[in-house]
Structures are given as C-alpha cells and as structure tokens.
Design a binder for this molecule. Structure first.
Ligand SMILES: Cc1cc2nc3c(=O)[nH]c(=O)nc-3n(C[C@H](O)[C@H](O)[C@H](O)COP(=O)(O)O)c2cc1C
Length: 176
C-alpha cells in the first residue's frame, strides 16, 4: 500500500518517542546514529525535516562533508538493542551496521542509503543549517545545565548542536 508523505511523517513521529530513530550519514561510510529529536514542518513554504547533531559526533563530520542523510524510523519493538548500540558507539570506532548485522536499502535519489527492515525512511538533502548560539542566552537555566554542561559533554561550550534543515528527496515504508 502506498502512503503519502504526510501519512509517513505522522506514522514516523508516533514511533519517535518510543525509543528514537536512526540518522544515517556518510554516502560511503553509512554510519547510523540514534537520534531522539527530529522535527517535520514547513520552512520557506516547503516541507522540511530538521535534525539536531552535536559537534562531537562522527555523524556531524559526515553530514558536513556530504550534505545528505537519511532518517530511519523503526516501526516495531525489535530495534531497541540497535537503538541502544547506535546511541552509545561512535562510527569512528566501529562499523555499526556490520556489528549489528543490518542490511541497507539503496538510496533512491542520490542521497545516503537507508536501513533495511520494518522502517519508515526519509532520504534528505540539506537546504539550511543553524548553529545554537554560544551562551544559549534564551534557554532556560535547568535545560542549559542538563544538556550543555561542559563537565559532562565534550568541549568548553557543552558540545552545542547544529540544526540541519533538509528537503525530502524520497520517503517510503517498505517492510521487508
Ligand atoms: C535515545 C538517544 C537519542 C539521541 N539523540 C541524539 C541527537 O538527537 N543528537 C545527537 O547529536 N546525539 C544524540 N544521541 C547520542 C548519539 O547517538 C551518540 O553520541 C552516538 O554514539 C554518536 O555516534 P557517531 O559518533 O557515530 O555519530 C542520542 C543517543 C540516544 C541513546
């Protein structure tokens, strides 16, 4: 059965807060990283997907280099181990796809390949980016301390996020 883009977004978001999604970056490396935050909406009158990636992540370097990524939303409960692994191991140290025995689905529009299996996948191309401002002036103090504490996170700035805004190249839910 075919789904519209809006239906896929709504189904994907309903799964996101159950354990996260995989952001896959690196056209060659295919490095999946667990993400907890992903926003869909409209910007410049177009549908966009926004992801938030800290400077220290290997994924950050891959995204900066290639300008494309996929967001992969697991659609059943069998992905908890993989989400845990990809949220704690860095692709600098381990090939996460190989370690987990995951296969990939080839990209459909020149972007990054996605993860195979019961996954809603969005192939994305970056159209804009924004850096969280040093000092985080507007952010509530308790959130600043929780998420950007220099003693817990890499770097003296607390390892700020880059926001990547991306247009959708292709979206599908193939359950194989
Ligand atoms: C549930 C969960 C959600 C996460 N969400 C994000 C996120 O939105 N952005 C981010 O930069 N890191 C996030 N992380 C941390 C990265 O997944 C983790 O640091 C990962 O090892 C980085 O992999 P990489 O170095 O291969 O890019 C999350 C981790 C978990 C467990």
């Amino acid at each position: 059965m075919g789904y519209t883009y809006d239906e896929l977004v709504s189904l994907a978001i309903s799964q996101l807060y159950k354990g996260g999604a995989f952001l896959m970056a690196g056209k060659q490396e295919k490095n999946p990283m667990t993400i907890g935050w992903c926003q869909f909406g409209r910007l410049w009158n177009e549908p966009i997907c926004a992801v938030f990636v800290r400077h220290s992540r290997y994924s950050h370097a891959l995204i900066e280099r290639d300008g494309v990524f996929t967001v992969n939303f697991p659609m059943d409960g069998s992905w908890q181990k993989a989400l845990g692994f990809c949220g704690t191991k860095s692709g600098r140290d381990v090939n996460k796809l190989e370690a987990l025995g995951l296969h990939t689905v080839p990209n459909a529009a020149g972007g990054v390949d996605s993860i195979g299996g019961n996954i809603i996948r969005f192939e994305c191309k970056i159209t804009g980016k924004a850096e969280f401002q040093a000092g985080l002036t507007y952010l509530r103090q308790d959130i600043r301390e929780r998420f950007y504490n220099p003693e817990k996170e890499a770097g003296s700035d607390g390892d700020l996020h880059t926001v990547y805004y991306a247009e959708n190249l292709h979206a599908e839910w193939r359950k194989e």
